[in-house]
Design a protein around this ligand. Structure first.
Ligand code: F1P
Length: 346
């Protein structure tokens, strides 16, 4: 098989298997800093990766919109690690950001879905996500696959660096194995999500809130709603609400709060109280078995619990379903949203 990621893609019983970062594994492990460049949903995956790399590997990470990075004069030094994330592998902004980083001597690693795509050819090395073809324009399963791959890379680096205890490393790897079953279970919220969609399909605005690892999930939930339902939606870190968006909240405003049980649980409970005190309609994504938040909010969607860092893969599912059902109910073409291209090549 022709290997666009430098000979790392191998055939195993006729199947494609994960490629990898081998030649540059030491450079990545010893990096002083990582810069992630991506657009849209892939940028949100990059934000989750920032939290994971900083927590697990203690390497400082910056996440840049490729569409900004390419037009400014970023500080990139010889040997810096730049990771480009893309579903299509053809996004012009991401490709230009990679070329710019390479011209400044960076090692450019790719995470992308389409075998043989331009981004896989421009990367020094990289990993395919193998999520299968995205039928629609909006990225969905590719996001989950990007998170999986980025988590696996961060775990390997943390293990090599010794920034994560062996027992924790093993337990996270074991937890990662449970994610497919947890995602399947999250998909079973479909009927319940559809009923909620029916009630909010005519809303003009939505707010999405999350803290920690669930903050990028809030951004991604809002982006999916904008992309396929054409409803204005904003994602915010829940703690930022008091710095502005709180002014938007009234009985007309649906607020989706990603409030799974994690280290910021008590804080998100206070944020929900703040929204309810202003009569906002709260749709909460909670961990299975939560008995507190359902008593405070208007609608609850339960997903299986997991480690904080892995929760984005599970918690994003009901948000994708919500956007999907609202879009269908509004008569929007979910596969071909207006004004959007599958790969933005200009
Ligand atoms: C980036 C992206 C997608 C979005 C839409 C437009 O694409 O912004 O996240 O859903 O398809 O392009 P990619 O670089 O991940 O292919």
């Amino acid at each position: 098989i022709k290997d666009c990621f430098r000979g790392r893609l191998i055939a195993n019983d006729g199947k494609l298997v994960l490629g990898g970062i081998r030649e540059y594994a030491n450079a990545l492990t010893n990096a002083n800093r990582i810069v992630i460049v991506a657009c849209g949903t892939s940028w949100h995956a990059g934000l989750v990766a920032e939290y994971i790399f900083e927590e697990f590997c203690r390497i400082p990470v910056e996440v840049e919109y490729a569409s900004e990075f390419r037009y400014r004069n970023p500080i990139i030094s010889e040997g810096d690690i730049v990771i480009a994330i893309s579903q299509s592998g053809e996004t012009a902004d991401t490709l230009a950001a990679m070329e710019l980083a390479k011209s400044k001597g960076a090692i450019v690693l790719g995470v992308c879905n389409v075998v043989g795509s331009s981004i896989s050819r421009v990367s020094h090395e990289g990993v395919y996500t193998h999520a299968g073809p995205e039928i629609g324009v909006a990225s969905t399963k590719a996001f989950t696959a990007q998170l999986t791959v980025l988590t696996m890379i961060a775990l390997r680096v943390a293990h090599r660096k010794g920034t994560m205890a062996e027992q924790r490393y093993r337990s996270l790897l074991a937890e990662l194995e449970t994610i497919p079953a947890k995602v399947e279970k999250a998909l079973k919220t479909d009927d319940q999500v559809k009923k909620i969609a029916e009630l909010f399909k005519d809303a003009r605005n939505f707010l999405y809130l999350g803290r920690g690892y669930n903050f990028p999930v809030a951004l991604e939930g809002a982006l999916k709603l904008k992309e396929i339902s054409y409803i204005h939606a904003e994602g915010y870190p829940a703690a930022e609400m008091k710095h502005g968006p709180i002014a938007l909240i009234d009985e007309e405003m649906p607020v989706v709060v990603i409030a799974t049980r994690d280290s910021s649980y008590d804080k998100i409970v206070s944020n929900i109280q703040e929204v309810k005190a202003r009569k906002g309609k709260v749709i909460a994504i909670v961990s299975e078995g939560d008995s507190l938040i359902p008593t405070m909010v208007d609608f609850t969607i339960e997903v299986p619990g997991t480690h904080d860092a892995l929760m984005p893969m599970v918690a994003t599912i009901p948000l994708q379903l919500l956007s999907y059902h609202i879009a269908v109910m509004r008569g929007c073409n979910v596969d071909q949203p207006r004004n959007l291209a599958k790969s933005v090549t200009v």
